[in-house]
Design a protein around this ligand. Structure first.
Ligand code: AHG
Ligand code: MN
Ligand code: MN
Length: 336
């Protein structure tokens, strides 16, 4: 057959999910459906982001979220879209969202899964047309199906995640996820309304020359972080910091690099949230051969005690993260 005339379009996310499900003989398809529900919401949010300036959804919403941060209209819209898609999909019994004070009970009491989500990451960049994202983390519930979901369902260690991923709404829109068997990236083809496999089996470089940090807070960084930033300058590394964790993470995942958000005077426990930023990206980076720590503990081993708890985050290429840990440990030894 002369298929040169009609080249294959590639593997859609749906087909990839189905093929992967066949690798789990006992899989009953709920997680596959849940991943599809997330992809559907991502397509809808992508459409609204692409037209934000035309449909009047840029700018502040006028409320603060539980974090005391100014909600942007797209924070609220993305939150509604993902919660609605997960509720209607039927597989999720409870949702922990950055934009909601408490866990959302979806009414799907038989749903087996919990989703922790940052519906819109990098909100400060929405109005200036810089890449933004969505970050999600999926757990199996602890409570019995049929019972009401509990806060304990949503306070599980990152090592209990069954899947995690992110959407980066950038020069192209990509969905990257793992179910614990490697990391795969899909690029959205707007004309077909489908995500296609574009980055199979992503492995992050063991080291790199890119560091991402908001150095505006450096005066209040613990000494070890200051030493690492000096080290980067001695090595003439490239500073790349977009202000959207997903975009900085995605670039470093593909090219090699390290993202650091240390404790600061303004955010003594760090700014980023463990459940829907730290753990999700830590699962991905470890599956891609990288590393993620809060400076002294593996991110995924931290036992959460609060829904929106924050953590310092050092994440990326294994050797670069280890260098930061080495300098932080040396600092502790000096201070001790
Ligand atoms: P969010 O928009 O979900 O609140 O996340 C913003 C985060 C992260 O995306 C980004 O890297 C970081 O905040 C930027 O913080 P600074 O402005 O303090 O650098
Ligand atoms: Mn965020
Ligand atoms: Mn957010």
């Amino acid at each position: 057959m002369n298929d040169k005339l009609a080249l294959p379009v590639g593997t859609t996310l749906d087909r990839f999910i189905m093929r992967k499900q066949e690798e789990f003989p006992y899989a009953t398809g709920e997680l596959s459906q849940l991943l599809r529900d997330i992809a559907l919401a991502a397509k809808i949010v992508n459409k609204e982001i692409n037209r934000a300036g035309l449909i009047g959804v840029t700018g502040a919403f006028g409320n603060q979220n539980v974090q005391g941060e100014e909600q942007q209209k797209l924070d609220v819209i993305a939150n509604i879209r993902f919660i609605r898609a997960l509720r209607n999909g039927g597989e999720v019994c409870a949702i922990l969202s950055e934009e909601e004070d408490d866990i959302i009970l979806t009414g799907n009491s038989k749903g087996k899964y919990i989703v922790a989500i940052d519906p819109m990451d990098g909100s400060s960049n929405i109005d200036v047309n810089v890449s933004i994202g969505t970050i999600f983390s999926i757990y199996r519930r602890i409570s019995e199906p049929g019972d009401e979901s509990t806060e304990a369902d949503c306070l599980q260690r990152g090592t209990c995640q069954v899947a995690a991923g992110y959407v980066v709404y950038g020069s192209s829109t990509m969905l990257v996820y793992t179910t614990g068997h490697g990391v795969n990236g899909f690029t959205y083809d707007v004309s077909l309304g489908e995500f296609f496999l574009s980055n199979p089996n992503i492995v992050t470089p063991k080291t790199g020359t890119i560091y991402s940090c908001n150095e505006g807070g450096v005066n209040s960084f613990p000494e070890g972080y200051k030493k690492y930033l000096e080290y980067c300058k001695e090595k003439s590394y490239s500073g790349r910091y977009i202000g959207s964790l997903v975009a900085d993470f995605h670039r470093n995942l593909l090219k090699g690099g390290v993202y650091l958000y240390p404790p600061t005077a303004k955010a003594p426990k760090g700014k980023l949230r463990l459940m829907y930023e730290g753990n999700a990206l830590a699962f991905i980076i470890e599956q891609a051969g990288g590393r993620a720590t809060d400076g002294s503990r593996r991110i995924m081993e931290i036992q959460p005690t609060e829904l929106h708890q924050r953590c310092p985050l050092i994440i990326g290429s294994e050797e670069m993260v280890k260098k930061v840990e080495e300098l932080l440990a040396a600092e502790k030894a000096v201070v001790a």
